[in-house]
Design a protein around this ligand. Structure first.
Ligand SMILES: Cc1cc2nc3c(=O)[nH]c(=O)nc-3n(C[C@H](O)[C@H](O)[C@H](O)COP(=O)(O)OP(=O)(O)OC[C@H]3O[C@@H](n4cnc5c(N)ncnc54)[C@H](O)[C@@H]3O)c2cc1C
Ligand code: FES
Ligand code: FES
Length: 1778
């Protein structure tokens, strides 16, 4: 559609050889960006290739169809192929979050994305159970068979012809074909023609050779740059550098050097790896996340680093994210003018360099210590796939252990072509503390001074970009500032807004008694749409002689006069055939014949004189190819008699203030009020400006016309075939019956193809008519946006008088609607009928006006008029509520019509369903807790008045031979599901299964004279016509049926045919039918969160209730509602049209500049409900229309925005004023409405305020007494009752894995290393063992490593109280802690695990192949003399043992292929087909691919850490029965409150089983009492609980051993070291083993209250069978014993710090409380007594002395009062809240 990588409709799968290994990787690419010649060496797979009607559908296709993820289907192949690629390349192991994140490049205008997201997320390993439940009856996944492209080079993978069976080593014949294409890619390649020379280079030297041999050339890498900056003219020589080896690699010396030819995807992989492996590159994780927002996966798959940087070089204003990131950290770039002439320069120098003859070689990124703080941001107009409005990178180097800045790098993008660094700020910040209010204030001022953005018409304003940049600096400081330093209300301001995984719910009733009517079924065309078999106009088979037409446009100010054309330039282009202008039109020069309804005025096909709008078609270029036609059209020079110098009038306001006002504005209607109220307390006046919108149908305006013997066949993408029929006939001056209009389907329309399709159809027909050839006419997106009119914009001026409750006393509304340049299709009258919404309008006066502007004639666009009408009314309601200070809902209710209005009931329903009241409270709480994030929740109602249009016919034919039925109708299928609904109605009326009905294309022969399909009502009308046609048929069948008794349908129609019954019937629905207009009701609740510092937002939840009557097809209606609502969200947020004010030229005419919502913009939680038990007594079969109304509800978002902004403004100290956000509510408009000022950006450090102002009036000693008593009581209550309970409940909280707790942090990343020790067994008599001797082993070790354990990609699932994570273990060798003198360089001799492993597998599976395996070993291991490995210890452990797979003989190659396939995770691949194998190397610092799901224990702490799933599966499939269960925790956390009776349980992923250590004895560790637990492997044969780990009980290994083939894929055994606690027989077969309880037992000492392991030693030994077999020379004499290889100990002993932590947090308080409670009781009791005695001494004395002695002590209350201010610490004043 877009030809620039912006829409995703063209995505295909490419299998591209990976650099160095040549392994074919399946990646998605945008075919529109890839030149055919770039595909050399690739395999391309299109959607038809993965599944179709013939070979069956791929699971992705069928699931998407089943989930109703397709409507018009134009975008669908692109979605399917992107999913196919990510799914296959991830080996089907995707998480739901990964799925949802991977479709940034796929647009869909119809569905609203929810069903697509659901369909694809159902493939995720952690798929929501609701989704997986939905998946039934889906075919098996069909594997990728062959690319179908013949590979001319000799592919080494072509081993079909060699007679062998490789399945034994794990590869099927299919995979043999697939995985390898080892092309000999050493030689460069040249393809030449008269017009170009294509040069494909593989080496840098070839590139320079090519450069030096030509004067003008262009390098091409991924070729995606043309998606950003269109390349119109390519030079003669193109040098394809996408396969140049030197550009593809990355290396790490101290720096990270990444090849410029690496794709962005490859670069991201490196970033992720490096950031986890090397702490000096920690910042690359930030970079990874940032690059995830660059373009989208298909572009990143082939777009390169060099290409991106060069785009920045050529266009300095380009907001390159790569440039920004690299420059932030001071990266350097290497450029070369020859193979050995290279220079390394800074990126800023690069921008100024002369790059002629130069190639970018690589980029170098520095390591950064942890004293460096890095933050980067990218702010976009929508969630994904958009270039940055502003991007920013911050690097602060701090003096270590301080926050004093040593150095700073502050970089911003998209400011101006010159601006890179905020240099002034970088300078002044040095030496200052980063986290200080003064530094912040100084920097903000400085930034605001030095950032001076350039105005760029298609970009947000300079003022916004400046303030946004400043705010990003503040954001970075907020995010970096340590928690303890500032008020946490500000913390969320530091984070970028992030969408959670979306989810959707659809709730509707279905009445089975009327099925297939009202039955939820997928669209009947869904499968063919998902497989690309569905035909659109442009899919018509190519004709040898076909030509292409393109418009020449008048790109001039409207009002200019066309005189002539200079076509000489165009005709120089080879392939140009003809040029036509208005005078060549044989008939009427109009595509809007005025005698048709809706169209009153002629609009010219080709402008004959006065240009009505900039971009109006004036001519047609015809050429032999589309690209030639497009290029030549631009070369036609239009000559003008007059060029209008006046500024065009582009908006209603322009017209209102122009002298032409009276000429251009006409009054349409005035509605007078029937009553006026007189209780006016408030008068509100306002103005509301609603904008235009581009339809963004994925199929642009298209028509293909073919000459036929009786006229022409017109394949038009139109919503109104009859208009095309008549307009084409009139323009060609031929009879209407010679024009055959044929429409199978339309690729999205939304009203844009009702009248406007006629333009392209007339143009194409004219070319065919004049040329006598088939003509294709497909508008480019730029032409489509330029030529075709859009949604009419609206301006309202209103005045409303209300009483104190907000009830309207009078309302005057004057509104104007933009017609564009013609008054065709005016919508003012319709808008009028939608203003009322659900309100009482008796007191309303409405005036409607039409306005002519200098834009293309506006046209219908989804919910035209209704969206504007309802939006205006709802705006007025909100204004009233604000002014009278009432709840907007209350105001709405008080203005509603009382009779026959179900809206109040629906409001109650949705409030209940959405938990509205609770969430309002929750939103308020959130807003109190967050300064820079604000939420709002809003509810609005809708009453949508539906009216009927027509006529539409329906023709139903029954085939007597089998009783199947076909129908065709007068409406057009454009995604709204009209065919499905009609088929359901037909099947229901005839009483036959839906499968028997098929729907045929609309043609002008079968459905002449039909009306346009639109206004949501087409489906209803056609359903009516179909029902009536079916009733006619039933009537005709009735006598036959009566005669036959009780025939089957098939028997009945067979007999009827034989009796001469006409089995075809037709009926035409007309507006006079007895169906009545009705209202469609709806209500919506929406909650949004706004990032106040950027203007970005996230729609957190939408609950939408719509009255669909009794839906004809519930799933189809759900699709309509969701799609319409999301299109509405786009209208109100990101879709903005911009025109050049001087010329009227549209500037936002591409996917790069016009941004409808993408998949991550849909509501995160989208719930749609149909009104319960609803029927529609007026509509067809009780249903209601659904196509448009939900669009009108989307305006609720604007009110939620306003509320969120209001909350932010109040906090900023603004008065509570009504604030208008300019529409659309773009990030800029939201941000600007907040009214940010520099002084708002503060850190708000925490102040230590502890002032007590409490005043007490008790006498001092009484108070003291009270205090003492209180203390005593407190001592008792606290010490004996509260403290243990508090401790327990506190522990429950602390021990759960809640976010931000210490336990959670330690669990995520153990803050100290574990001791990882490895002991290797050296075989001292290998030669003898080879000949059959008993092995003699010597244990060498320990090799001591520090093991750092971390969990990454940690994600919480609140609803299930679980966490998902992946593991990363990093090892560091510590020779100083290893066994004496061990350096890792010792030579070890031990059985060759690889050889022995393969021998064991082949021996077990296919012994006949053992001799071939022997041959393979000779090649790979260089003719080994025995099966022993002689290797350096560290090579075996980490660095890797070489496996030489460079051999070309068959046997080694086959084995290597199998290795690569089956053992890829355990091998390191190096150039030249050298593989390396090591025991731990692949695991080291590598994120384990498995996703572990464990319980957090928040709801039940005893479940903490319990493994619930791995990779989304709740059980393993390795063993049988209970052995597959995940029992226990993940081994890194255990539940608290352990008792001696408890058996601990933990699941080991490495060993695929659970262990259950048992209590042994009490122990203590560093003064803390502990319980000791021990464990072993068990006796599998004799323990019934463990037998399920064996194939059968009699096949279990000896006691203490467990066979691991099923777990590890390698036939190894695990046991305790030295066969401790194992079958003693094992020891007899090996010499040198000494089992010892202290050395070899598994022990863990737990602190029982918290469940903390204090000391642990987990030990396990690995052994292998020295298999004796005659079938292999190397093994024929082996002793056949199970021989040990190595053992490991993973040890933990909590160091003093952590033991102290535990003591202080738990035991010391416990002890102190123990002492204090007694003290409190004792002292408290005594103290109280003393005070009471003192206080009552007078009374006591009174008893003691006589009453008349009379001295009474007076108390002066004032004195006491004064003394009783108790102050702790210094008095400070509370911080002011601004
Ligand atoms: C839809 C879309 C969205 C995008 N969004 C973003 C975005 O958000 N942020 C962003 O930063 N970028 C974005 N981009 C740009 C994208 O990153 C670049 O298109 C891509 O990286 C270019 O790489 P390439 O290999 O395809 O270059 P090509 O198109 O092959 O080449 C581009 C230019 O670089 C030259 N060139 C290529 N390699 C070298 C070399 N090694 N030495 C010298 N010159 C060389 C070529 O001659 C050509 O002039 C987007 C692109 C598209 C299509
Ligand atoms: S992305 Fe290729 S056509 Fe739009
Ligand atoms: S189904 Fe996606 S654009 Fe129509």
């Amino acid at each position: 559609m877009c030809h620039e990588g912006g829409c995703g409709a063209c995505i295909v799968a490419a299998r591209i050889p990976a650099p160095f290994t040549n392994e074919l990787k399946t990646v998605a690419v945008n075919s529109c960006l890839v030149s055919v010649l770039s595909c050399h060496g690739w395999e391309i797979l299109t959607v038809e290739g993965i599944g179709n009607r013939i070979k069956g559908y791929h699971e992705i296709q069928s699931r998407l169809a089943k989930f109703n993820g397709t409507q018009c289907g134009f975008c669908t192949p692109g979605w399917v192929m992107n999913m196919y690629c990510i799914y296959t390349s991830s080996a089907k192991k995707l998480t739901a979050a990964e799925v949802e994140n991977s479709f940034a490049g796929n647009m869909c205008r119809c569905t609203g994305y929810r069903p697509i997201a659901d369909a694809f997320k159902s493939f995720a390993v952690d798929a929501d159970i609701k989704l997986t439940d939905k998946v039934i009856d889906i075919e098996d996944l069909h594997t990728f068979k062959t690319c179908g492209v013949e590979c001319k080079k000799k592919c080494v993978h072509k081993i079909n012809d060699i007679e062998t069976d490789l399945s034994i080593i794990g590869i099927s014949n299919e995979t043999k074909e697939e995985d390898w294409c080892l092309l000999n890619n050493e030689e460069s390649l040249t393809i030449s023609s008269a017009n170009f020379k294509w040069f494909k280079a593989y080496h840098l030297s070839d590139v320079f050779k090519a450069i030096n041999n030509c004067s003008d050339y262009k390098l091409i890498a991924g070729n995606t740059g043309q998606g950003v900056y269109h390349v119109v003219d390519y030079p003669f020589t193109i040098i394809d550098i996408s396969s140049v080896a030197e550009l593809k690699k990355f290396t790490v010396d101290v720096n990270l050097i990444i090849g410029a030819g690496m794709s962005l995807t490859e670069m991201m992989e490196v970033f992720l790896k490096m950031s986890t492996e090397n702490k000096d590159f920690f910042y690359l994780k930030q970079f990874f996340d940032h690059v995830d927002l660059v373009a989208h996966i298909p572009v990143r798959n082939i777009g390169t680093i060099g290409g991106n940087l060069y785009l920045k070089y050529l266009n300095n204003i380009f907001p390159s994210d790569l440039f920004l990131l690299f420059e932030t950290v001071g990266g350097m770039i290497t450029i070369a003018s020859g193979v050995n002439t290279v220079k390394r320069i800074s990126l800023t120098q690069f921008l100024k360099s002369d790059m002629r003859g130069m190639v970018i070689l690589n980029v170098m990124l520095p390591p950064l210590s942890t004293c460096n703080l890095v933050r980067t941001y990218k702010i976009m107009p929508r969630s994904q796939n958009a270039h940055a409005i502003v991007n920013a990178g911050f690097l602060f180097k701090l003096k270590c252990n301080t926050d004093v800045i040593q150095n700073a790098s502050i970089v911003f993008g998209n400011i101006s072509s010159k601006f890179i660094h905020a240099q002034e700020t970088e300078k002044i910040i040095v030496g200052k503390p980063l986290f200080s209010e003064e530094t912040l204030e100084m920097c903000l001022k400085s930034l605001s001074h030095e950032i001076i953005p350039e105005e760029e018409p298609t970009e947000p304003s300079a003022a916004y970009r400046k303030m946004l940049a400043v705010s990003l600096f503040y954001k970075a400081i907020l995010s970096l500032c340590p928690d303890s330093r500032f008020n946490q209300r500000y913390r969320s301001g530091g984070e970028a807004i992030k969408r959670h995984i979306s989810q959707g719910t659809q709730v509707y009733d279905t009445d089975k008694s009327v099925w297939p009517l009202n039955k939820p079924v997928p669209k009947i065309e869904a499968l063919v749409q998902c497989s690309g078999e569905a035909i659109f106009a442009n899919d018509l088979t190519t004709d040898m002689n076909e030509v292409f037409g393109t418009f020449v446009t008048a790109d001039v100010t409207p009002g200019s006069i066309v005189k002539d054309f200079d076509i000489s330039g165009a005709f120089k282009e080879p392939g140009v055939i003809a040029f036509y202008s208005a005078k060549d039109i044989p008939g009427d020069n109009t595509f809007t014949p005025a005698n048709m309804s809706l169209l009153e005025f002629d609009e010219e096909i080709l402008c004959s004189k006065e240009v009505k709008y900039n971009g109006q078609p004036v001519g047609i270029i015809v050429a032999n190819r589309e690209k030639v036609a497009n290029k030549a059209a631009k070369l036609v020079k239009v000559k003008y008699e007059l060029v209008n110098k006046n500024v065009p009038l582009l908006t209603i306001k322009d017209v209102l203030s122009s002298p032409e006002k009276d000429k251009r504005i006409t009054q349409d209607t005035v509605v007078e009020p029937t009553e006026v109220g007189n209780d006016v307390k408030f008068v509100i006046r306002g103005e509301l400006e609603l904008n235009s919108q581009y339809h963004y149908h994925m199929e642009t305006q298209t028509c293909v016309v073919k000459p036929t013997e009786d006229g022409i066949d017109v394949y038009s993408s139109t919503q109104w075939p009859n208009l095309v029929n008549i307009a084409v006939a009139h323009c060609l001056n031929i009879p209407v019956n010679s024009v055959n209009v044929i429409i199978r389907r339309v690729g999205g329309a939304y009203g844009g193809k009702i009248s406007r399709a006629g333009l392209v159809a007339c143009a194409a027909a004219m070319v065919t008519h004049l040329q006598g050839k088939m003509c294709r006419f497909v508008l480019s997106i730029e032409d489509n946006m330029k030529i075709i009119g859009k949604r009419a914009s609206t301006l309202c001026n209103f005045e409303v008088g209300v009483n104190a409750d907000g009830k309207i006393q009078y309302l005057k509304n004057k509104y104007y609607q933009d017609n564009g340049c013609s008054k065709n299709e005016t919508i003012t009258g319709m808008t009028l009928s939608h203003f009322p919404n659900c309100y009482d309008t008796k007191r309303w006066r409405i005036e409607a006006y039409n306005v002519l502007t200098d834009l293309p004639s506006t046209t219908w666009c989804r919910a035209p008029a209704s969206a504007e009408g309802i939006a205006t009314t709802e705006y007025i309601m909100e204004r009233i509520a604000y002014v009278v200070g009432k709840d907007p809902l209350q105001v709405r209710l008080s203005n509603m019509t009382l009779e026959d209005n179900p809206i109040p009931e629906l409001i109650e329903q949705i409030k209940k369903d959405s938990k509205y009241d609770e969430r309002v409270t929750e939103v308020n709480r959130f807003n109190t807790d967050n300064r820079w994030r604000k939420r709002a929740i809003k509810l609005i109602p809708m009453t949508y008045e539906l009216f009927y249009i027509g006529p539409y016919n329906s023709v139903v034919s029954i085939y007597y031979a089998d009783g199947t039925v076909a129908l065709t109708h007068g409406a057009v299928e454009m995604g709204q599901g009209i065919n499905t609904k009609t088929a359901q109605v037909c099947a229901y009326t005839l009483g036959i299964p839906l499968e028997k009905v098929s729907v045929k294309p609309n043609t002008s022969f079968t459905s002449p004279n039909s009306y346009a399909t639109g206004a949501s009502v087409g489906s209803e009308c056609v359903a009516f016509a179909t029902m009536k046609a079916c009733e006619q048929l039933l009537e005709r069948l009735e006598p036959v049926k009566k005669k036959m008794g009780n025939p089957t349908w098939e028997e009945l129609v067979f007999e009827a045919h034989n009796s001469g019954v006409n089995l075809q019937a037709s009926y035409m629905y007309k507006t006079s039918e007895p169906v009545k207009p009705y209202d469609i009701y709806g209500v919506v609740v929406l909650e949004v969160e706004v990032d106040i510092l950027t203007g970005n937002h996230d729609i957190k939840r939408v609950d939408l209730l719509e009255d669909t009557g009794r839906s004809l097809s519930p799933e189809v209606d759900i699709g309509q509602i969701e799609g319409a609502f999301v299109m509405g969200l786009g209208y109100w947020t990101s879709e903005k049209l911009i025109y050049d004010r001087k010329t009227g030229k549209i500037l936002t005419d591409r996917t790069w500049t016009y941004k409808p919502p993408g998949i991550k913009d849909l509501p995160a939680d989208f719930r749609v409900y149909f009104r319960r038990n609803s029927v529609n007594k007026f509509g067809v079969l009780q249903s209601k229309a659904t196509g448009e109304p939900a669009f009108c509800l989307a305006v609720v978002l604007t009110h939620a925005f306003r509320e969120a902004i209001r909350s932010a403004r109040l906090e900023a100290g603004y008065e509570d004023q009504w604030v208008d956000i300019e529409y659309p509510c773009t990030v800029e408009n939201i941000f600007s409405a907040v009214g940010h000022k520099l002084e708002h950006f503060k850190l708000h450090f925490i102040l230590q305020i502890s002032v007590s102002h409490c005043k007490m009036y008790f006498p001092k000693h009484l108070k003291i007494a009270a205090g003492f008593t209180g203390a005593a009581i407190f001592g008792i209550v606290f010490g004996w009752a509260m403290f243990p309970a508090i401790l327990k409940s506190q522990l429950k909280k602390e021990m759960a894995l809640s976010k931000k707790t210490d336990v959670r942090q330690m669990w995520e990343k153990i803050p100290f290393p574990l001791d990882f020790k490895v002991y290797l067994f050296n075989y001292t008599n290998a030669e003898e063992v080879h000949k059959g001797a008993i092995p003699i082993v010597k244990e060498i070790g320990p090799y001591h490593f520090e093991e750092w354990k971390e969990k990454v990609e940690v994600e919480d699932q609140e609803d299930t109280d679980t966490i998902n994570y992946k593991k990363v273990d990093t090892f560091y060798f510590k020779p100083e802690l290893s066994g004496p003198g061990l350096t890792g360089e010792e030579m070890i001799v031990m059985p060759h695990m690889f050889m022995m492993g393969m021998i064991a597998i082949v021996h077990r599976e296919k012994p006949a192949m053992l001799s071939m395996l022997g041959k393979a070993f000779n090649g790979i291991f260089d003719n080994p003399t025995d099966t022993f490995l002689r290797v350096k210890a560290l090579d075996l452990l980490f660095r890797g043992v070489i496996i030489n797979c460079a051999r070309t003989e068959f046997a080694p190659k086959a084995v290597c292929t199998a290795l690569k396939k089956e053992a890829a995770e355990r091998l390191i691949f190096e150039p030249n087909n050298q593989y390396r194998f090591s025991l731990f190397g692949m695991r080291n610092a590598t994120v384990d691919k498995h996703v572990v799901t464990v319980k957090r224990g928040i709801t039940n702490v005893m479940e903490v850490g319990r493994v619930v799933a791995i990779d989304g599966k709740t059980e393993q499939d390795k063993w049988t029965g209970t052995c597959n269960e995940y029992q226990g925790t993940d081994g890194t956390v255990f539940p608290p409150f352990l008792t001696e009776a408890d058996r601990l349980e933990s699941f080991s992923g490495d060993l695929c089983r659970s262990f259950k250590p048992w209590y042994q004895k009490k122990t203590s560790y560093r003064g803390i009492k502990t319980n000791r637990y021990i464990a072993n492997v068990g006796d599998l044969a004799n323990d019934p609980e463990l037998q399920c780990y064996c194939e059968a009980p009699d096949k279990c290994p000896p006691k203490g051993l467990m066979e691991m083939s099923k777990c590890m894929g390698v036939p190894m055994y695990v046991s305790l070291p030295h066969y401790y606690d194992s079958d003693p027989e094992l020891l007899k077969n090996v010499k040198g083993l000494n089992p010892d309880v202290n050395e070899h037992e598994i022990v863990i000492d737990f602190e029982p209250i918290t469940g903390t392991p204090m000391v642990a030693k987990q030990r396990v030994m690995f052994s292998m069978q020295l298999l004796k077999t005659e079938k292999m020379e190397l093994c024929k004499d082996l002793p056949d014993t199970i021989a040990p290889l190595f053992w490991i100990e993973e040890g933990l002993s909590l160091n003093k710090t952590f033991v102290n932590m535990l003591k202080h947090q738990l035991f010391i308080p416990k002890r102190i409380v123990g002492v204090v409670r007694w003290l409190l009781v004792a002292v408290g009791g005594l103290g109280a007594l003393a005070c009471l005695v003192f206080h009552f001494k007078d009374h006591i004395m009174r008893f003691a002395v006589s009453s008349d002695s009379g001295s009474v002590t007076k108390v002066n209350p004032e004195e006491i009062e004064q003394k009783e201010v108790s102050v702790i610490g210094q008095i400070q004043h509370p911080a002011k809240i601004d």
